[in-house]
Design a protein around this ligand. Structure first.
Ligand SMILES: Nc1ncnc2c1ncn2[C@@H]1O[C@H](COP(=O)(O)OP(=O)(O)O)[C@@H](O)[C@H]1O
Ligand SMILES: [Mg+2]
Length: 1059
């Protein structure tokens, strides 16, 4: 391809904060100036320059506008309205279309960043697509009469590498096949409906129809619409006749692509999954990235670039739009919020790369005769090749392979024939328009019905994609009960739902005297109203939220009585309903006072919670014996609160922890599996374990961890303690004995007396060695007799250190020790000792034990119920078993330990000094030689012992004063001795009582070690009271605790949920 083509036009646009971001006081990290866009890293040190990018257009739609009866109106020039975006981008598309160029417009960005807002728009704020279509017909109306205009419309969706025609309700299983036209080399979706449209209104209705079909399909299949790519294609032909009567056709094909959310499931998560190749969900988007990179390289003059169009359905279908004959525009949608920094930066980089692509668009203008002739000729050729038989000769192929290939080629040829035929017929556009209009009558009626339903009490759907919310409306009759259920129910339900956990007779909504009442249609039918399970009859109020099964979410709207229950807003959106569900599952959705980390975790909880419900439902339906729970884990090793999924094998109780990325990956595969099951394919029953998304080989399980604080090391003191092992819920799972002791380079313990330092800074500059010993653990859960081991990391260790694995006991004794040498003590190490800890993680080996045969007689649902009951009975009234020990407690224990050791040491020294003093005092005064006495005292005091230095200085002064007095006044035999130290009352007796006493109050200088340790102990006690407490449904609501709890309890906040 030549390098002198026209560059892809790139625009970026930043949206306003959404409600959640406002509630959390999000910070805006995007700035725009002219065509430049800058992004500020919220975590960068102050003063760091923002990263700046230049684009063709930078649209500021973040602020500077107001809502005028639903239309967002600019307050100043900076704000970019929908119209402005159209004027810059859409108008160009139109102009090009009139000239006969192909055009494409892509919207790229993470979910919720505003792609659909720019492309399609919401309410009165119409986006580029509708305005372009509207303007197209206006321009057609203005055009001279001798030009005939023919417009067709089509709309498809790519989800999970399957193409779904959105203009039909019946798509083939597995979606439309994607084929390649042998002559042009272009790909097309075989059998896609292209409807002729004669006005903007018709396009609008078709788009509505497409959105409607999309909504129904996405809800029934539990598809995540944000993971789908939507492609609207408009073909626009202008036919002119010259004087000699020859007709010429100028054609343009306009692709308008609303891409799937660009967010990566997880930067690390999915990469670790055993089945990472399994799910196709991101294939198209990553292939698009690769295609763009390759095209950019090509345009930069790099030779021999292979552009991988064939890697995905999306890139196949958009081959022409991306790298060939098309004028292309990309609009990158940006979130302004700080917590989206990583994703937004990656969007900007993507856009920056796309900028480099150069395309070479040509005007598509041909005499119609020629077009028809070519199509006919081609069809003749194709037909002939079918009758004479396809010849396949490939060396090394078996007869079966040849036969298979032959079949495939014949199929391709037939499809091509049909497609060509359709093209030929398409030439008769007027007839097609008449047909389309005929067909549309039904849709128009349906639209009228829908309007009528809005006037009576009705259910309106909510979808996580705002584009698909409010699309489905079910009117509720006042005369007879409305039945909700599956289509195979008898009588046939009024509201037919399919998908997970929907029963034949699922629910009934009927009018009673005082309003609308909902009740379950059959026992076990899962329905939740306002977040709580529906167990019997329940009256519905305006704006109540109802979820049937695991994903059919509706709002009850009662135009006859709009009285709202307390706390219910006037408009209910998906976020509101999800927050309510999360809260009812034990997750707090507190908005303010959260750290960025917690905010991210909260977003993820709201994202994953519905998926958890869904995979649990699939597990039940396919009897997979797996249970999924969402857990929050704060791992001191990576300092982040991580949202993970705990998977339990209900038969043998083995447990796995899945990262978010892995879970999302598996969930797509589970969805695919379920779809096959729904389609009547029961291969799921016989699938290999290795391919089963529910399956994982047994993994070692993190039972819990113990934190050892290293403060004692800064004083060169030993640490030896039995620490609690706490799991991710903060529950104690056992104990671990850890010893950390300063040593010589060979690991020999140092004598405390030699080594103790008063001030950690004394250690600076010298080498330092200490030994970490894992002595033993005792684990409470008897499941772990297959092996227990401990892992830990010190400071910057890349790889963790692991002890031996000990089998057959819950009380393993380890012989593990490791000498850590610090060649030269630095402030950094001291700081680490003072403030950080080593986390020792106890792991249990899990093996795939065969379950008790009696359990296998039960199904997944029964086992789950059994577990719930057992859980309920094993819990003490008012709460659950176990204590919650926070990190802060452990830290204080360590602090206390250090202080106690220091104190004991001081005490010993004081005692020794006391003895020296006593000896000296007992001597007859003639033998009282002052110098040797002083040396002895100094030797003990200065060798170590924190506070003694100053005290000894005081004592020395006193003694010198005494000496001076005695020399001046030898008569006065009334000498006095000095040595009084304040110690713990019960130690005082052992101190020997001085004959005479000068009281030196040490407290004036500093707190005694005793005081310090007492305070630390008190702190430890109070903070354990302040630790997050368990709620009675087995869930500790820690996301809400930071504002209440102490700083320490925040650190260890953990939440778990059992669904
Ligand atoms: N420029 C904008 N001005 C006002 N609201 C916007 C803008 N862009 C997006 N929004 C709002 O943000 C939400 C998410 O936008 P949407 O276009 O649906 O995101 P995406 O399609 O990228 O997932 C919607 O509620 C939408 O109305
Ligand atoms: Mg969207």
């Amino acid at each position: 391809m030549s390098t002198d083509g026209e560059g892809v036009k790139v625009a970026v646009r930043v949206r306003p904060f959404n409600q959640r971001e406002k509630d959390r006081n999000a910070k805006a990290i995007i700035q725009m100036k002219g065509s430049q866009t800058s992004i500020i890293n919220p975590e960068a040190p102050k003063g760091e320059e923002p990263k700046t990018f230049a684009f063709d257009y930078s649209y500021w739609s973040h602020d500077g506008f107001h809502d005028d009866d639903g239309v967002l109106v600019a307050d100043n020039d900076k704000y970019a309205t929908q119209r402005r975006v159209f004027d810059d981008l859409g108008q160009g598309v139109l102009d090009n279309a009139f000239e006969g160029y192909n055009c494409s417009l892509f919207a790229y960005g993470q979910t919720g960043s505003g792609k659909s807002y720019s492309m399609v728009g919401y309410g009165k704020n119409r986006g580029i697509v509708p305005i372009t279509c509207d303007e197209l017909f206006k321009a057609i109306d203005r055009a001279p009469d001798n030009v005939k205009h023919e417009v067709t419309f089509s709309m498809l969706e790519i989800y999970n590498e399957q193409v779904r025609d959105l203009l039909t309700k019946d798509n083939p299983k597995g979606g439309l096949p994607v084929r390649q036209n042998p002559k042009l080399g272009l790909f097309y979706a075989d059998g896609q409906k292209k409807v002729a449209v004669g006005s903007y209104k018709e396009i609008e209705r078709r788009m509505e129809e497409g959105t409607n079909n999309r909504t129904v399909a996405s809800t029934n299949m539990n598809a995540t619409s944000s993971r789908a790519h939507t492609v609207v294609t408009i073909t626009f032909d202008q036919i002119t006749k010259n004087e000699s009567g020859q007709e010429t056709k100028k054609s343009s094909s306009i692709n308008l692509v609303d891409l799937a959310g660009s967010e990566r499931a997880d930067s690390t998560g999915a990469t670790g999954d055993r089945l990472k190749e399994g799910a196709n969900i991101n294939k198209s988007l990553s292939a698009l990235g690769n295609v763009i990179s390759a095209l950019a390289d090509q345009s930069m003059g790099k030779k021999k670039v292979l552009v991988p169009y064939r890697d995905s359905v999306l890139t196949k279908l958009l081959m022409n739009a991306l790298g060939g004959n098309s004028k292309t525009i990309m609009i990158a949608a940006l979130s302004p919020a700080d917590i989206n920094y990583d994703e937004t930066l990656s969007t900007l980089r993507y856009a920056d790369r796309a900028k480099k692509i150069k395309n070479k668009a040509v005007i598509n203008e041909n005499p119609i005769d020629k077009l028809i002739r070519e199509l006919r000729d081609e069809n003749e050729r194709l037909k002939k090749s079918l009758t004479t038989g396809v010849v396949v000769s490939q060396k090394g192929m078996s007869p079966e392979e040849i036969e298979k290939m032959k079949k495939q080629m014949e199929e391709e040829i037939r499809a091509q024939l049909v497609a060509n035929q359709a093209d030929l017929e398409g030439m008769n556009w007027d007839q097609k328009l008449a047909e389309a209009r005929q067909e549309e009558q039904g849709a128009i009626q349906e639209q009228k019905q829908k309007e009528k339903r809005r006037a009576v009490p009705h259910l309106v759907n909510l979808n996580e994609d705002p584009m698909l919310s409010g699309v489905i409306i079910h009117g509720l009759s006042q005369q007879k009960p409305t039945l909700v259920g599956r289509k195979d129910a008898d009588p046939k339900p009024d509201i037919i739902l399919t998908g997970l956990s929907i029963q034949k007779e699922h629910a009934t909504l009927s009018y009673e005297d005082d309003g609308l009442v909902i009740k379950p249609g059959s026992p076990g039918a899962k329905t939740k109203v306002n977040g709580t399970p529906l167990t019997g009859e329940r009256k519905l109020d305006h704006n109540d939220r109802i979820i049937f099964g695991s994903n059919h979410l509706y709002v009850f709207v009662n135009p006859l009585n709009k009285k709202l229950a307390e706390g219910v807003p006037e408009t209910i959106d998906w976020d509101f309903a999800q927050k309510e569900l999360a809260e009812n599952s034990g997750f707090s959705t507190l908005q303010s006072g959260l750290s960025k980390d917690q905010q991210k975790a909260q977003e993820q909880v709201l994202e994953l919670l519905p998926m958890i419900g869904e995979v649990n439902a699939v597990s039940e339906e396919l009897n997979k014996y797996r249970q999924f729970e969402l857990v929050l884990i704060s791992d001191p090793d990576d300092k982040e609160t991580r949202v993970m999924v705990r998977v339990t094998n209900l038969l043998n109780k083995n447990v796995w922890m899945w990262e978010r990325g892995q879970f999302i990956n598996r969930r797509y595969m589970i969805q695919e599996l379920y779809q096959k099951f729904v389609d009547g394919d029961d291969s799921y029953k016989t699938m290999k374990k290795e391919e089963d998304p529910f399956f994982d080989p047994p993994q070692d399980y993190l039972i819990g961890s113990s934190n050892t604080f290293l403060q004692s090391l800064s004083y060169a003191l030993d640490f030896d303690d039995r620490l609690p092992i706490t799991d991710y819920k903060g529950e104690e799972e056992g104990k671990m004995n850890i010893v950390i002791s300063p040593c010589n380079p060979k690991g020999k313990p140092l004598l405390e007396e030699e080594n103790f330092v008063e001030d950690p800074h004394e250690l600076l500059g010298s080498p330092y060695y200490f030994k970490v010993s894992v002595r033993s653990t005792s684990i409470d859960n008897s499941r772990f007799t297959n092996g227990i081991y401990v892992k830990y990391k010190f400071l910057n260790d890349q790889e963790p250190t692991t002890t031996e694995v000990i089998k057959g006991t819950l009380r393993p004794e380890f012989k593990h020790s490791r000498i850590i040498s610090i060649p030269k003590m630095t402030e950094e190490y001291l700081d680490f000792f003072e403030t950080q800890s080593i986390t020792f993680k106890a792991y249990g080996v899990q093996v795939d034990v065969a379950p008790d045969p009696s359990l296998k007689k039960l199904n997944t649902k029964q086992l789950k119920e059994m577990d719930t009951q057992m859980h309920a009975t094993s819990m003490p009234p008012g709460g659950r078993r176990g204590t919650i020990i926070s990190l802060a407690d452990t830290q204080q224990r360590a602090e206390l330990h250090t202080l106690q050791t220091k104190f004991l040491r001081l005490e010993r020294k004081e005692k020794r000094i006391q003895e020296i003093c006593d000896e000296w005092a007992k001597k007859p005064s003639s033998e009282q030689q002052f110098e040797p006495f002083m040396r002895a005292v100094h030797a003990v005091a200065f060798s170590s012992g924190t506070k003694l230095k100053s005290k000894v200085r005081l004592v020395t002064q006193m003694l010198q004063a005494q000496k001076f007095i005695r020399e001046r006044n030898p008569e006065d035999g009334d000498g006095f001795s000095v040595y009084s130290f304040e110690v713990q009352p019960d130690h005082r007796s052992s101190m020997g009582s001085p004959t005479k006493r000068i009281t030196t109050t040490i407290r004036e200088e500093d707190e005694t070690p005793y005081e310090q340790s007492k305070k630390a102990a008190q702190r430890a006690l109070t903070s354990s009271h302040a630790a997050p407490s368990a709620t009675n449904n087995g869930v500790s609501k820690s996301l809400s605790s930071p504002s209440k709890g102490s700083a320490g309890s925040q650190k260890s906040s953990k939440t778990c949920i059992v669904m």
